[in-house]
Design a protein around this ligand. Structure first.
Ligand code: URA
Length: 234
């Protein structure tokens, strides 16, 4: 082989090597393969649509007996969303969630961790008062959970607080017990998005069972810790 030819071969090799010399960056982070929906509509128009769907509901015992639709209260831009069970008498009169005795306690619970009620977003699993304040039936919880999931997707909270077994059942089913599940962080996936959830006792239950308030206080402290950890502005 002539010297000239060797040199040419070397040049080709070097060029080939250079062209293959790509720096790959390896990362252990999972790739998000879910397409995110472009934000085409603002929150309030999306919220009005879910509200309309609830207003249009047919053959519903709850709606038939209720005075008002109780949709939500608070700041729809909040990073914290609270879900209760369903409206009571006062809520049914005023069309606002958590305005009776349980609401009074909820306000105090939030104040205890330096949160003002108006800075969170509050809703319920069912949006019409169950007759005689009965617990919503599993079929009702199931039916309304579709609206609730849509509602959660729109609000897109960083922390979702489920108060009481009805709220827990709406997202996790009936096979679990609140006494075992409260106080620990959980994940729930709604429309391909994972939400951080804390299940805790319902304020109405705490009004009946004052001895359980110590657990509720422990849960509130956990919530406060997470807010600080995530540096959420509430
Ligand atoms: N209990 C609830 O679960 N929601 C309310 O709005 C009021 C009382």
């Amino acid at each position: 082989m002539s010297k000239k030819l060797i040199n040419q071969n070397d040049i080709v090799k070097t060029e080939l090597n250079n062209s293959l010399d790509i720096e790959y960056i390896f990362s252990n982070k999972p790739i998000n393969r879910f397409k995110t929906k472009p934000v085409l509509e603002n929150k309030s128009s999306l919220l009005s649509k879910v509200k309309q769907k609830i207003m249009d509901i047919e053959n519903c015992e709850l709606k038939k007996n209720a005075n008002k639709l109780v949709f939500s209260d608070g700041d729809c831009q909040s990073k914290i969303m609270i879900v209760g069970e369903g409206p009571g008498q006062k809520e049914d009169e005023l069309g606002k969630p958590f305005v009776g005795d349980a609401g009074g306690l909820l306000n105090k619970m939030l104040e205890a961790i330096n949160i003002k009620r108006e800075n969170v977003y509050i809703t319920n699993v069912v949006n019409y008062r169950p007759p005689n304040n009965r617990k919503p039936e599993p079929s009702e919880i199931n039916r309304y959970s579709e609206f609730l999931k849509e509602h959660i997707s729109i609000i897109d909270p960083k922390i979702l607080i489920l108060m009481g077994s009805t709220a827990m059942e709406a997202l996790f089913g009936t096979k679990i017990k609140i006494s075992k599940e409260r106080g620990v962080w959980k994940d729930v996936i709604i429309n391909n998005k994972t939400y951080l959830v804390m299940v805790t006792f319902h304020p109405a239950y705490l009004l009946r069972q004052a001895d359980q308030k110590k657990y509720s206080w422990a849960d509130l402290k956990e919530i406060k810790k997470k807010i600080d950890e995530l540096k959420l502005k509430i």
